[in-house]
Design a protein around this ligand. Structure first.
Ligand code: GLC
Length: 551
């Protein structure tokens, strides 16, 4: 007998398509819950919070990297792909965690970081200790420099975190790193690298992992023929070309790698799922999501969109068309560990440069938090009604805002140093969660938190919102539990409204989602309102509010 999720004991259904319309909750482990009191979140902390995740009603958890790491990039610098960082626990703790998640009916997706390792990875250490041209160096991308004595980098490619993408080693050669210097890029032309990642996929799949999130999936294959050709300057937000001309990103040959991954993922029953993180424009994104490859690719369009019914409409329609064409299911994201939280994005005028704003400590302009949270909740409810998977980021269910006033001295994101302090980076969305109103680190752990939490976290803590009618936490719980009824056909019908500030669509089963993007209240369609993102005024839907109406 399948037990219901409410008693926290429902085992995952053996359903190979569970991921197609899943609500996936991203945990950034170092900032979720700290069991051993060292200020850093850990796996035992996650296990202890499984009842919380079950009561939230999510289908799966996506765990950002928890592997051994020197934390040069928050764990995305992996020193060993098949182990747990001792700061976060052990493989035995991992097994306990996954058992607890599964017992609560929650699946587990882990992050896999194939573009680069940590410079502390045994292979990079071996490469450094070996001769230029040796097989050990061939696992990475080493080249001679240019100019007199090879003193200049081999090309003008820039790191995504700022500065040159090349670093020189003792014997004069340079190695490529598209991110921090502690993250040397692998050479994916090397069969040993290809094979080793298949081993890693099997290692975690054998341990019961249900799926993988593939970090910077579009960068593994590079055109390293010389002379090196220019690449887009991603550090300065230049749009990616869609013509395959960039030597570093989104090259056609990358797809053969993911086809080989799919073969491994399909060795399991049910097949393991995968989702590509590929910041590439729409028409190319669907290639990564083909059923012969990863199955899904993150769609960051809503995350990048302004609060406007036409943009939301166009983005949703386009992405659903893509999904139909590729056989993938669509994905939706409003927040993650790399971007300013959506409650803050919507609290700022669209013309505000968010980096400048962060550099100023979040004071110019002052956030309009009331509007920000109202819109964030409305956007979330709209997103949760869409066909496809919704990826949620820890803390958004509490309505957390970006912590914009972190002092320079505490910043950890390599972006801050690498840009010569021109970009503050992503720490403001990675501050440890507040579980209680007070106490050390608001219940995150027993001895402080690795990034300082602001006083206003108290009022947004789990304790402050638990059981509170109208709180953001209770709103998420209600919406996520109701969403389970929306698992039918991946279809959506647009209902045209005379009032263009409304976005209204219908899912099978008479399920309507109506969002008011305008500045005046609007009459709701007939039917029972099952949840709304904010208070209604009778049958009137106020501005910046979404309601689900079942007719
Ligand atoms: C991805 C991750 C990001 C990380 C980068 C390098 O974009 O989401 O956090 O810094 O890859 O691994």
């Amino acid at each position: 007998m399948t037990k219901s999720r409410d008693n926290g004991l429902k085992a995952p259904r053996p359903d190979g398509h569970w991921w197609r319309q899943a609500a996936v909750y991203q945990i950034y482990p170092r900032s979720f819950a700290d069991d051993d009191g060292d200020g850093l979140g850990d796996l035992a902390g996650i296990t202890a919070r499984v009842p919380y995740l079950a009561s939230l009603g999510v289908d799966a958890v996506w765990l950002s990297p928890f592997y051994p790491s020197a934390l040069a990039d928050g764990g995305y610098d992996v020193a060993d792909y098949r182990d747990v960082d001792p700061k976060l626990g052990t493989l035995a703790d991992f097994d306990v965690m996954i058992r607890a998640l599964h017992a609560a009916g929650i699946r587990l997706i882990v992050d896999i970081v194939p573009n680069h390792s940590s410079d502390l990875h045994v292979w990079f250490q071996e490469a450094l200790a070996s001769e230029p041209g040796s097989p050990a160096r061939e696992r990475y991308i080493f080249r001679e420099g240019k100019g007199e004595g090879g003193a200049e980098p081999p090309s003008d490619w820039v790191s995504n975190f700022g500065g040159s993408a090349w670093t020189r080693v003792g014997d004069g050669q340079w190695y490529l790193h598209l991110f921090a210097r502690e993250q040397p890029d692998f050479n994916w032309s090397n069969p040993g690298i290809r094979e080793d990642f298949l081993t890693t996929l099997r290692f975690w799949s054998d341990r019961g992992v249900d799926g993988f999130r593939v970090d910077v999936a579009h960068s593994l294959v590079k055109d390293l023929s010389e002379p090196f050709r220019p690449s887009v300057d991603r550090a300065h937000d230049q749009p990616l070309p869609v013509d395959g001309s960039d030597p570093l990103y989104d090259r056609d040959a990358v797809h053969a790698i993911f086809e080989s991954w799919r073969e491994v993922l399909n060795e399991y029953d049910p097949p393991r799922s995968a989702v590509a993180e590929a910041w590439v424009p729409r028409p190319r994104r669907l290639l990564y999501a083909r059923p012969t490859e990863l199955g899904q690719a993150f769609n960051f369009d809503l995350l990048l969109a302004e609060w406007h019914p036409e943009s939301f409409h166009r983005i949703i329609a386009d992405n659903l068309t893509d999904a139909r064409q590729s056989g993938a299911s669509s994905t939706w994201v409003l927040s993650n560990h790399d971007v300013v939280r959506h409650a803050t994005r919507y609290a700022l005028p669209p013309e505000v440069d968010r980096n400048e704003w962060l550099l100023g400590g979040g004071t110019d302009p002052i956030e309009d938090r009331e509007t920000g949270l109202r819109r964030a909740r409305a956007a979330t409810l709209l997103m949760l009604a869409l066909p496809g998977s919704a990826y949620l980021y820890q803390g958004e269910e509490l309505g957390l805002f970006e912590v914009a006033d972190l002092d320079a001295a505490v910043l950890q994101d390599p972006t801050w140093e690498r840009t010569g302090h021109e970009q503050k980076g992503r720490d403001g969305c990675r501050v440890p969660l507040p579980w209680t109103r007070d106490g050390s680190s608001f219940g995150f752990g027993s001895d402080g938190a690795h990034l300082p939490q602001p006083a206003w976290f108290a009022g947004l803590s789990v304790e402050a919102q638990d059981g509170e009618e109208g709180s953001t936490l209770e709103f998420y719980r209600r919406a996520l539990h109701l969403r389970e009824r929306l698992q039918g056909a991946e279809e959506l019908e647009w209902i045209s409204e005379r009032d263009h500030s409304l976005l209204h669509f219908r899912r099978p089963g008479g399920w309507n989602s109506v969002t008011n993007f305008g500045d005046h209240r609007v009459q709701l369609p007939a039917g029972a309102v099952v949840v709304s993102s904010g208070p209604l005024e009778g049958r009137m839907l106020p501005p910046d509010t979404t309601a689900w109406v079942v007719d």
